[in-house]
Design a protein around this ligand. Structure first.
Ligand code: 0GY
Length: 290
């Protein structure tokens, strides 16, 4: 299958970051795509990406100075988690996974995913990426994975938080929010939408957040100084419930970011060694490796 029209492949030659992550650092949000010849994309997908195989991901991990990955099932593979499991099995314990499942998933399949290193399911509310799933179905899935000690990763658009919040806060697991809850940088950190998200994090100690994807939110471009205040406010308010990731291979971006520049953004949101150690090592290890 050719890539979707306008699909932008990842940058094959990122710069070497100036910032050096601490030993044991985890890139806690990235994906593998294909290779399509072995792991075809799902018929119900909303976009066809370029191949982004595990070997390229692991080489990037080493090049950027990271030790581990959390690989998130992307919507182009839908509920077929085989490419994810293949990557987890090849990682020798240095990767954990977030799967996408429907309620038809069997207990044996969940066991297979768990053995491979899956520790969460993703509930995606982004309409351009997936067809919606009824909340009752999601609740039943959450109850089943809770028994395995897994958590739920949620991806939503910040303006939709008011209608989704009761559902989110009733989930029986830890809940990890993708991409800072997708704030609108134009509106500013103090906008009521973003304040509402901080309130949610404040009141519900089972909520964690990824301070990821400045490249998706920025108006100014790298070094992402316009997005940094959003990440920094979250890291400083919730230092033990934040994690970070590259989002490689950056599905559906207008311009491929330089992964080196994304790593150099880390000290802007986590300015001290103690905050960096929590963000990149201690927090993701607690969430995915304990
Ligand atoms: C991301 C973002 C995107 C895509 C997916 O599952 C996906 O296909 O996650 C996106 O297009 O915003 O989380 O990397």
């Amino acid at each position: 299958m050719p890539m979707s029209p306008g699909y932008v492949p990842f940058d094959p030659h990122p710069s070497k970051p100036k910032y050096q992550p601490p030993a044991g650092a985890v890139d806690a949000h990235c994906h593998v795509f294909g290779p399509e010849s072995r792991f075809p994309f799902a018929p119900e997908r909303k976009y066809t990406p370029c191949d982004a195989p595990k070997e390229t991901l692991f080489a990037l991990r080493d090049f950027l100075g990271f030790d581990k990955n959390v690989i998130v099932q992307a919507s182009c593979h839908s509920k077929d988690n085989r490419a994810l499991v293949d990557a987890l099995e090849a990682a020798n314990g240095r990767a954990r996974g977030v799967a996408f499942v429907g309620e038809e998933v069997t207990d044996d399949e969940l066991k297979w995913l768990d053995l491979a290193g899956v520790r969460a399911v993703r509930f995606n509310f982004i309409k351009r990426l997936v067809d919606s799933t009824p909340p009752d179905v999601l609740r039943r899935i959450a109850a089943r994975v809770a028994k395995l000690g897994w958590h739920v990763v949620i991806y939503f658009q910040m303006p939709e938080l008011p209608e989704l919040e009761d559902f989110f806060t009733a989930l029986p697991t830890k809940v990890v929010v993708d991409h800072m809850g997708t704030p609108d940088v134009k509106k500013g950190v103090d906008h009521p939408e973003n304040r509402r998200f901080h309130r949610l994090m404040d009141r519900h100690k089972n909520f964690w957040v990824k301070v990821t994807c400045p490249e998706r939110m920025t108006l100014a471009g790298p070094p992402y100084d316009d997005v940094a205040p959003f990440g920094r406010a979250l890291v400083e308010s919730f230092p033990d419930r934040v994690i970070w990731g590259t989002d490689w291979p950056h599905p559906n971006v207008k311009k491929a970011p330089d992964d080196g520049a994304l790593v150099d953004y880390i000290p802007k949101v986590a300015p001290t060694a103690a905050l960096q150690q929590a963000l990149l090592v201690d927090n993701p290890m607690r969430l995915y490796w304990s």
